[in-house]
Design a protein around this ligand. Structure first.
Ligand code: FEO
Length: 170
């Protein structure tokens, strides 16, 4: 594997685990605020990010490359109202999209078509993640001020359930 592609994929394991940490911090904020549905939603989001890290790890191992696990930064954001975590999540997903796009670019330049094909799943996933993050902001803008509506939203988010992505199970 091209050394630059390896380094970026290996780093992405760490970035995805940091994403899991960030979503756990967001889940903690909502749990503390009594919004258990939001807490559930972001706890599952953290599980998905851990899965993303595992998918990158699996890719390296299946290509005879050894992952080099690094220290994970602590999440450093503080939240002061129900909207701030949602905006932080959206900004973070845009940042991750940039990281994935960059790996794709470097893999293309290295003519690593296997990596490009592998990364396509993440390119699609980032479109969904950004869309979901924007939707969470829109719903809070629309209904966040009305306590009854916020309660209904929270109940709805409580229904989100975790499932292992097929890409990890395959
Ligand atoms: Fe792993 Fe939310 O991107």
């Amino acid at each position: 594997m091209d050394a630059k592609v390896y380094d970026l994929i290996n780093d992405q394991i760490n970035k995805e685990l940091y994403s899991a940490y960030l979503y756990l911090a967001i889940a903690d904020y909502y749990a503390d605020a009594g919004l258990d549905g939001y807490a559930n939603f972001y706890t599952i989001q953290a599980q998905e990010e851990r899965d993303h890290a595992l998918i990158f790890r699996k890719y390296l191992l299946e290509n005879d490359e050894m992952p080099a696990l690094k220290a994970i930064d602590a999440p450093d954001k503080e939240f002061h109202d129900f909207m701030e975590p949602l905006k932080a999540a959206y900004e973070h997903e845009q940042y991750v999209t940039g990281l994935i796009d960059n790996i794709y670019k470097v893999a293309s330049e290295a003519h690593d078509y296997r990596a490009c094909q592998f990364l396509q799943w993440f390119i699609d996933e980032q479109m969904e993640e950004e869309d979901t993050a924007r939707d969470m902001i829109t719903k809070m803008e629309l209904f966040g001020e009305d306590r009854h509506s916020l309660y209904e939203l929270d109940v709805k988010l409580q229904a989100r359930a975790y499932s292992t992505p097929a890409k990890l199970a395959e």
